[in-house]
Design a protein around this ligand. Sequence first.
Ligand code: ADP
Length: 559
Amino acid sequence: MAEPKSDIEIARAATKRPIAEVAERLGIPAEAVIPYGRDKAKIDGAFLAGLKDRPDGRLILVTAVNPTPAGEGKSTTTVGLGDALVRIGKRAAICLREPSLGPCFGQKGGATGGGRAQVVPMEDINLHFTGDFHAITAAHNLLAAMIDNHVYWGNAARIDTRRIVWRRVLDMNDRALRDIVTALGGPANGYPREAGFDITVASEVMAILCLARDLDDLETRLGEIVVAYRTDRTPVFARDIGATGAMAVLLKDAMLPNLVQTIENNPALVHGGPFANIAHGCNSVIATRAALKLADYVVTEAGFGADLGAEKFFDIKCRQAGLKPAACVIVATVRSAKMNGGVAKEDLAAEDVAAVRRGAVNLGRHIENVRAFGVPVIVAINHFGTDTPAEIAALQDFAAVQGAEAVLCRHWAEGSAGATELATKVAALADGGTARFQPLYADELPLIEKIETVVKRIYRGAAVTVERGVIGQLADFEARGYRRLPVCMAKTPYSFSADPALLGAPEGFGVHVREVRLSAGAGFVVALCGEVLTMPGLPRRPAAERIRLDGEGRIEGLF
Ligand code: ADP
């Protein structure tokens, strides 16, 4: 048989171990494993609750330089590093986000790693998996239905139907549903109003599920969701219309972390997947906490580059959950350095050491930024076939000048064997006890100053400007008791600035906050800087046109 080449071929060729055996590697007893089919399981809630007095393992964040069309490989590196830690004899677990189903039919590849560093069963994980996203969709839309129903039956909460802010969701890329009118067809169907759909990963219910500590916390947070405003602008909460108990019921199983395995049969918890723009972009707190109780080293990832992903991981997730990361891996590639240095995607195959040096400033800024949180950094150079020794050396030399080690890794091509040096150095860094984690800003800082702090200290912008009304809205949030919340920045991932074309390490630019939104249940205030799409569309030739079942019922064309 020919050597498997594509991600899906490699994933399919993997010899999977029974999921109970994978669980056993983390000391999870058979009775705490709730199987979902053959190769997926959820972990029992009572078992997890019983772990609370165990000491925590060391938390390692995998983040990256600003993404480029060349692809950086964060998930791939998260999996490769986890496998390599096991290979060098450590008890390690991997925590990843669950992929969204919608984009799989557009043009995006899977989100389960790549090459010889993947989690399996990849088709399941990328599609319906254990039904968590379907449950979130149902819980979200139940609330939407109950809001319209509340208005229909007399509107006791005095909702201003022009100010209903709770939209509907679907895990599908469907631009036709972005802005719609509901309740057409006469009085029996309710009050017509403008409404719309977002993709499920943009739901506040998703962010809540990922930040909730337990079922009680889940229900409290669901109740805090602001669904609408009255004519006097006071908020109406989900609890005011009696939705939270039923929503929690729909989410009960979705709250349990999912266990799968890497192609090297090591345990991975894949749970929750909030958007990284209008939400915080990390897997669930429940999964991360569970992994920390079960393993000595936990490798997890955050969405986008470190300016968005790591900042939110630290300032939102770690702040809320009381997590203390021990080390951070920044994934960099020769190709992304070249693109940041001005090389076009078509020309990436040609050696260009000068461009690597020019573009490495992007990496340099991320190294400085992560250190500002008190977390020690190591750089993982994810090796691509076209990289030349001189280019790799240029990137390593640049990192060395920043006082950071840059380790070349070949886990995509070789699996764990290609990342043992990285694993050894990451473990030593995490064990070194040098981390002094602290969030970037204090809870007490006014909301606008939190936004300014992120823009100035992380993005290195010169000034923040705001749309009319934003300052008043922030003052209103603060007056209602939300001053202590962190901010969740929604801006382009491609640049430190709000302009996707400004690559490298720009400074002196302005950032304009167009809109602010309160996610009171999730516990953050979203600052939208630039256009942010919460319902993607499909491309001219969607991947769906090529996806089919082969004669044996296997999926073709997915990746
Ligand atoms: P990210 O998490 O940064 O979005 P992924 O880890 O999901 O990136 O990888 C994106 C794609 O790039 C995957 O299809 C993966 O197979 C591919 N990829 C990652 N690393 C390499 C590499 N070193 N060489 C070739 N392809 C790679």
